[in-house]
Structures are given as structure tokens and as C-alpha cells.
Design a protein around this ligand. Structure first.
Ligand SMILES: [Zn+2]
Length: 294
């Protein structure tokens, strides 16, 4: 029989801050976030891909070939970045992690083998979260302070685990385009919303493993879409947070476009540039102030 009962939504409160403002009165915020999936991408659902040398090489391009160029671009532009790294990728490429940290960027949590945690039992999800956290802490010298969901798999349990483990932020949800709080039964965390519009997978997504090229478009088209979104977010005061994958976005033609796009954005006044961690600390401060003054 057809189920006509209303569904029971997760026990979460998405709370906008009435006193929200970008630092220094900026009109909008920009976070250049990279999802450094590397070899964990194709291995997330099938470990036997480790023997598929061509598929692994395609994934590793993001680490060995693209990352040095990406770090050069950040250095040339003088802007920080947040790099979400599966812990396995960090343990396979410690020198790249050292270079990221050495340039003053943030490394954040992205699972161990890029697992989609949707459907995991709580004990397994906690164990996975703790295991990857410990590896990232050992390799980078710092405990990661935030997480972005591999494959965008998030449940109420996920957000509660993060809050209970003292994570500062999640960067996986899409209902809003302004940072806000998520209250769980285990405490609150900052939400730094993402958008598929700013996810390079939507335009350039392809993988040798699992079906071949799925999408191939010109960098100029991406540049037009992302510039439009930046202008819109400036108008409405939102967060321009990218989801860029080094193995996709780090291709030479796209990097040249990205440099052009970012130079144009840098030329605009009233834009706050920072990391996820910096944004989360700012939002948390405002939340505490707002509650103190309430
Ligand atoms: Zn990812």
C-alpha cells in the first residue's frame, strides 16, 4: 500500500545568525576549497582498483603534477586555501602535505578512503572518523578542524559525531548560501555551504574507472558560470566556496583560466578571502556574541 504518512525529518536545527556579517564589512566571502581525492577517489568503493594502473595514474595526476602548480597559483595570488584530503592520500603523499602546510594552507578531513558515510553504522562511522583524524594529525602536525563529505553523503548521525568530536565546521550542505549554525543533539557546528554550481565535477567530471569520460567542456564555459555566480554572491552577500578537484581543475588549460578568473575576482573591492577554518571561527564568534547579547 502507498505510504501517505509525512516523513520524519532528522533532529537538526539549521540556524541562521541574525548578526551575520562578513569580516571588515565585506560584501561576500571566497573560500578556495580543493578536494584532493587522489587515489582514494577511484578506490572508495572498490579497493581492487589499486591494480588498475591507468585509473590510479589518472587520479594521482592531481597530487604529483597538478598540486605544485596549484600551490604556485595560490602563492602568486596571495590567497589561502582549504585542502580536504582523504587520510590515505595524505599518508601516500606526505611531501605534498608538507608543501600545503608549509605554504600556510589548511588541511581538512575528507574520510580515510573517500568513503561515502551515508548508511554506515554509528560505531563504524566514529571509528572511521577517528582513524582518519589521527593520520591527518600525525602527518600535518595539526588536528583537522572541519570536514567535507565524500560523495556528499551526510546524515544526522554524521553531524552529531562531528559535533561530539569537537569539529568546528562541516562543508557539505546546500540549503543556504550564507554560513550558519547546525544544532545537533550532541552540540552545534558551523555550516559552510557548498553548491554544485561551484563544483568542477559538474563541468569536468570524468573518471577512467567506472564508465570513462562523463563530461568534457571548455574552461571558458566554466569561467563564465563561476564569474556569474561570484557576481551574484557579491550582490546577495553569500559564500563562494569552490569544490575543485586537482586532477580535474589542475589540467593546464583550466589552471590558466582559473588564474584569469581569480585575478578578476581579486580586483573587486569588498571581498573577504580566507580558509574554511577562518570562516568557521568567525561565524562561531558571531554566534557566541549574538547569544550573549540576546
Ligand atoms: Zn572528494
Amino acid at each position: 500500500m502507498i505510504d501517505l504518512s509525512p516523513p520524519s525529518y532528522p533532529d537538526l536545527i539549521f540556524r541562521t545568525l541574525s548578526n551575520f556579517a562578513w569580516p571588515d564589512g565585506a560584501a561576500c566571502g571566497v573560500i578556495l576549497a580543493w578536494h584532493v581525492d587522489g587515489e582514494a577517489g577511484p578506490m572508495a568503493s572498490d579497493r581492487s582498483v589499486v591494480n588498475h594502473v591507468a585509473a590510479i595514474s589518472e587520479a594521482a595526476y592531481g597530487l604529483t603534477t597538478a598540486m605544485p602548480r596549484i600551490l604556485d597559483l595560490h602563492r602568486d595570488l596571495g590567497v589561502p586555501g582549504t585542502f580536504f584530503v582523504p587520510a590515505h592520500v595524505a599518508e601516500r603523499h606526505p611531501a605534498v602535505m608538507e608543501a600545503i602546510v608549509g605554504d600556510g594552507h589548511e588541511i581538512a578531513h575528507h574520510g580515510y578512503m573517500h568513503e561515502n558515510v551515508f548508511g554506515l553504522a554509528e560505531a563504524d562511522e566514529r571509528a572511521l572518523f577517528g582513524h582518519a583524524t589521527a593520520i591527518l594529525q600525525r602527518i600535518t602536525g595539526r588536528r583537522p578542524r572541519g570536514w567535507s563529505a565524500p560523495g556528499w553523503g551526510v546524515t544526522e548521525q554524521t553531524l552529531s559525531i562531528m559535533a561530539s568530536m569537537g569539529m568546528a565546521y562541516d562543508a557539505s550542505l546546500m540549503e543556504r548560501d550564507v554560513p550558519h549554525m547546525v544544532d545537533t543533539t550532541a552540540g552545534s557546528i558551523v555550516e559552510l555551504p557548498i553548491s554544485m554550481v561551484l563544483d568542477d565535477w559538474a563541468l569536468f567530471g570524468s573518471s577512467l574507472y567506472g564508465g570513462g569520460v562523463s563530461s568534457l567542456t571548455s574552461a571558458a564555459r566554466a569561467e563564465a558560470i563561476w564569474r556569474e555566480e561570484f557576481d551574484g554572491l557579491r550582490r546577495f552577500g553569500g559564500l563562494f566556496q569552490t569544490t575543485f578537484h586537482p586532477n580535474l581543475m589542475g589540467r593546464p588549460g583550466r589552471l590558466v583560466m582559473l588564474e584569469r578568473l581569480l585575478l578578476g575576482m581579486r580586483a573587486c573591492d569588498g571581498v573577504w578571502w580566507g580558509t574554511c577554518e577562518q570562516a568557521a571561527d568567525h561565524v562561531r564568534r558571531l554566534d557566541v556574541e549574538g547569544q550573549t547579547n540576546a
